[in-house]
Design a binder for this molecule. Structure first.
Ligand code: NAD
Ligand code: TYD
Length: 334
């Protein structure tokens, strides 16, 4: 099988490609990524010599390029997106452009070339914000996104589902909870806080720090994406999460303890506008129908993640300084 992965130079995309090539050494992977600030080809150093792997620099909104690439593949794993909520609050334009229009271009290409298998990677944030006593999100939860990022992802999910019902495009969708793990760009909470603590900087906790996220290790998420592709029922949605609800302030204190810093480094800052209070996921459908279960506990996953960031401080420094862009200029002349 030959698959087109979009957004493969980002956090989840690069973890997915490395996992996939290892799990399916006979398959080919084409990685289409426009290399925004979040795209880092250093993440893929381990596979860049692999003859089964090809990188193409370009945008999923480029219709001619996308149609050309989709022609030659058997399936699409759509991971590319603008992914950071805070950036979507500052400027929602690129979110609509990539997450909505880009998804539409990919769907049109999949349809035009004989209804290619399409797996869409999405987020639990499309379901909005839970109250303290609400039951976790599941596949029947109505959509209620509350920030431009989650609204653009919700729009993309609706489009993907509509191509199944209207055109019979063979799709699956996965909505996953907050990921953590190696190669996450240090703008998201966990890598940002580790990087700041290592640099002796205070960590900015938004609002009262009582917001809850359900954390899952990226290694478990990418196995789930593959399970959808191999075993997912067409037209269906699967939620991935890890029953791991943690308050931001508790997580901050845990990170401080693991890095060996002091709680004096916590700085409460102005809350994010429209900040979702709580996310929680019920992944029983994925357990039962895909045979998928998380392998990391939060303890082992977080330890593994901290160890990785401590062992890869140069990667973090290059992300923070922007020097990581030199790597692909040198390597690929881009
Ligand atoms: P990321 O920001 O780390 O990576 C996104 C990648 O997409 C980057 O390599 C970027 O260059 C690429 N990209 C952006 N616009 C593009 C375009 N127009 N054309 C081609 N490539 C483009 O994001 P991530 O955290 O790896 O998230 C990946 C996907 O997983 C997103 O769809 C996101 O909604 C979803 N998701 C993320 C999480 C999470 O916790 N990070 C949780 C659930 C779902
Ligand atoms: P983030 O990693 O941005 O993921 P998301 O917004 O998609 O859940 O944020 C995780 C949580 O941490 C979220 O409740 C916002 C909070 N947060 C802070 O308190 N300070 C920060 O500097 C960041 C980036 C996030």
């Amino acid at each position: 099988m030959k698959i087109l992965v979009t957004g493969g130079a980002g956090f989840i995309g690069s973890n997915f490609i490395k996992y996939y090539l290892d799990a399916h050494p006979e398959d080919e992977v084409v990685n289409l990524d426009v290399l925004t600030y979040a795209g880092n080809l250093e993440n893929l150093k381990d596979v860049e010599e692999n003859p089964q792997y090809t990188f193409v620099k370009g945008s999923i909104t480029d219709r001619d390029l996308v149609f050309d690439l989709v022609k030659d593949v058997d399936a699409i794993v759509h991971i590319a997106a603008e992914s950071h909520v805070d950036r979507s609050i500052m400027d929602s334009g690129p979110f609509v452009e990539t997450n909505v229009i880009g998804t539409q271009v990919l769907l049109d290409a999949a349809l035009a070339h004989g209804k290619k298998r399409f797996h869409h990677v999405s987020t639990d944030e499309v379901f909005g914000s839970l109250g303290p006593d609400d039951k976790p999100f599941d596949e029947t939860t109505p959509y209620a996104p509350r920030n431009p990022y989650s609204a653009s992802k919700a729009a993309s999910d609706h489009l993907v589902r509509s191509y199944f019902h209207t055109h019979g495009l063979p799709i699956t969708i996965s909505n996953c909870s907050n990921n953590y793990g190696p190669y996450q760009f240090p703008e998201k909470m966990i890598p940002l806080f580790i990087a700041k603590l290592r640099a002796g900087e205070k960590v900015p906790v938004y609002g009262d720090g009582q917001q809850i996220r359900d954390w899952i290790h990226v290694g478990d998420h990418v196995r789930g994406i593959d399970a959808c592709l191999q075993k997912g029922e067409l037209g269906e949605t699967y939620l991935f999460g890890d029953d791991n609800e943690v308050r931001n302030l508790d997580l901050t204190k845990k990170l401080i303890e693991l890095v060996g810093a002091s709680e004096d480094m916590i700085e409460f800052v102005k809350d994010r506008p429209g900040h979702d209070r709580r996310y929680a996921t019920d992944s029983r459908k994925a357990h039962e129908q895909l045979g998928w279960k998380p392998e990391f506990t939060f303890e082992t996953g977080l330890r593994n993640t901290i160890d990785w960031y401590l062992a890869n401080e140069e990667w973090v420094d290059r992300c923070r300084s922007g020097a990581y862009k030199d790597y692909y200029k040198k390597q690929y002349g881009l």
